[in-house]
Design a protein around this ligand. Structure first.
Ligand SMILES: [Zn+2]
Length: 240
């Protein structure tokens, strides 16, 4: 309990009564935090627009007895709010927030998760500023990397059953990666070699360098793997 400093990414906001708001922030040192911002919707609020989604903020927080904490100060480190100007960027950012929110445990630190989310927003805002189209495949790239950060990195180079590198032609959702023709079971999803290569590329390429390619079966495989491990149907995915 008491006052503490941290920084984090504002993932979600919700109205609370006439003037207040509840914000969900992925912080660096305190994991996912839900906090009340008092008076934020008044015109003379000292918080201004600093506590909007897609903002990276320095925070002074008050932790009381209840589940909700209180934001006592907030300074913008960087805002990626520009990404709202483009529908695809906005929808992708929403998916990033939703999937991250699902996997981020309350009050447990995972700085890699915060870095991943900020890197995702930065890439989206960059496309909007430069006027370049947001690659749809960024969604799959984000989910793949999110699986990695949460300890479910898919195996993409070797058959998950025998370790062989040849004839990789299926993806086993519960096996957690690719399978060769001799090891695949009836419930495993077929993938062509081009898709295996694309999965490997998405896995190792930074978001900024990912360009739009025809993702074909890759989107479906990544969505299923993410849902399997995130243990919940992702609403943002269903909408695309
Ligand atoms: Zn095998």
């Amino acid at each position: 309990m008491g006052l503490y400093k941290d920084h984090g990414a504002v993932m979600r906001t919700m109205r609370l009564g006439e003037a207040d708001r509840i914000v969900t922030i992925l912080t660096h040192d305190h994991g996912k935090v839900r906090a009340v911002v008092k008076g934020v919707r008044k015109t003379k609020s000292r918080f201004g627009a600093r506590l909007e989604p897609f903002g990276h903020v320095d925070l002074m927080m008050w932790e009381g007895r209840g589940e909700l904490q209180t934001v006592s100060q907030a300074e913008l480190v960087a805002s990626y709010a520009d990404l709202r100007r483009d529908y695809e960027a906005y929808a992708t950012a929403q998916l990033m927030c939703e999937a991250t929110d699902v996997v981020a445990p309350d009050a447990e630190t995972n700085p890699r998760l915060l870095r991943l989310l900020l890197a995702g927003w930065r890439a989206l805002a960059g496309h909007v500023r430069q006027g370049t189209p947001v690659p749809h495949v960024l969604r799959s790239a984000y989910l793949l990397k999110l699986l990695g950060v949460t300890g479910f990195a898919p195996g993409l180079r070797h058959c998950m059953a025998c370790g062989g590198e040849d004839g990789l032609s299926a993806f086993g959702i519960d096996a957690g990666g690719v399978l060769c023709a001799s090891c695949r079971g009836p419930s495993d999803v077929s993938v062509d070699p081009a898709s295996v290569r694309l999965l490997q590329d998405l896995w190792r390429t930074p978001f900024e360098q990912i360009s739009d390619v025809h993702a074909g079966e890759v989107d479906g495989i990544v969505a299923r793997a993410a849902e399997y491990h995130l243990d919940r149907r992702l609403r943002s995915l269903a909408a695309t």
